[in-house]
Design a protein around this ligand. Structure first.
Ligand code: ADP
Ligand code: MG
Length: 314
């Protein structure tokens, strides 16, 4: 549905997107994740033909974007980050304006249905000037759906919304996908979109650092649990024995402390304590640190080890 090859965008001082190989399959909801500045918007602007790539190619619906721009554009619904709203128009007028532009059949009926869908029909005659950010986002979604697009490209559509707004938009996206529309949705907050996506790609500094079904990416991305064990009489025998245990993936020594990275799935505290006791040590303190997926996500997107993770993903 969307396929990029070596897609690159360099600005004078920044490389915003570098050698991006993006594949969004027909019918899926693809979560395009990454912290602020990762290059999501730049990528999306290129997919929409609004920024010219420095290098690389883009296919949408199996056709090169540059040669089929107008044909492709008619089948894409967009919520962009810097959406322009005509403040002096009412919500109804705004949608009607775009409905005409897109030559939408049964325009008024459709606008009514969409406004009801985003729960703003009763406010249709108010000017957009007076709309809150969340209300505007909903109007943007309605606009994106107006011409029955096959593909929805949504750049942080839930940005700045309260939990209800986030849920409303999530529900709409889910319903639209169930009707067969393919969705690319970007976010810098994993929890906003994780329930929605069939696959995610994590972008960091313009590069796709992990990609795949969310559960697979989760296991790749989520670091092991850390056990910090404070030991009296920390001997080499203890260190050697623990380092050779199968669930211990990494061990660091800091004075009388051992910092063990252990398998996230199990609880190894009793085993670790037993080994220390059996080797004449005494556990004087033990602490567990598990990263939530959200923390893991922040860690991975901030770290510079991303390329290592990519190698292992589906
Ligand atoms: P995201 O949407 O993931 O937050 P962006 O695509 O907006 O990231 O930005 C990626 C990088 O490209 C950032 O470092 C940003 O400052 C830079 N950038 C984006 N647009 C421009 C531009 N028009 N000129 C120069 N640099 C830009
Ligand atoms: Mg952005």
């Amino acid at each position: 549905m969307i396929k990029t090859h070596n897609l690159t965008k360099e600005f004078t001082t920044t490389v915003a997107v570098k050698d991006l190989e993006l594949n969004v399959d027909n019918g899926e909801i693809y979560g395009f994740l990454g912290p602020n500045g990762a290059g999501k918007t730049t990528t999306i602007m290129m997919l929409l033909g609004l920024e010219k790539p420095t290098a690389g190619s883009i296919e949408v619906f199996g056709k090169p974007l540059d040669k089929n721009y107008f044909e492709i554009k008619r089948k894409v619904g967009v919520v962009s980050e810097n959406q322009y709203f005509y403040g002096e128009m009412t919500a109804w007028e705004y949608l009607n304006f775009f409905g005409r532009l897109y030559e939408v059949d049964e325009r008024e009926k459709k606008i009514k249905a969409l406004l009801e869908r985003v729960k703003l029909y009763h406010r249709r005659n108010e000017m957009l000037l007076g709309y809150s950010h969340g209300m505007k986002q909903k109007i943007a979604i309605a606009r994106a759906l107006l011409h029955d697009p096959d593909l929805l490209i949504l750049d942080e559509p839930q940005n700045g919304l309260d939990p209800y707004g986030i849920r409303d938009i999530r529900d709409i996206i889910g319903e639209e996908n169930a009707k067969g529309r393919t969705v690319l949705i970007s976010s810098h907050i994993l929890s906003e979109i994780e329930q929605l996506c069939t696959r995610v790609g994590i972008l960091s500094k313009g590069r796709l650092v992990a990609e795949g079904p969310l559960d697979i990416v989760k296991t790749k991305v989520q670091p092991d649990t850390t056990l910090i064990v404070e030991i009296e009489n920390l001997t080499d025998a203890i260190k050697d024995k623990l380092a050779s245990e199968p669930y211990v993936k990494k061990m660091q020594v800091e004075e009388n402390k051992l910092i063990l990275s252990v398998d996230r799935e199990g609880d190894y505290r009793a085993q670790v304590a037993r080994i220390i006791n059996e080797n004449s040590g005494l556990v004087v303190g033990m602490q567990t640190k598990t990263y939530s997926l959200e923390e893991a996500f922040i860690k991975i997107t901030e770290s510079s080890l991303e390329s290592l993770i990519k190698e292992g993903t589906a």
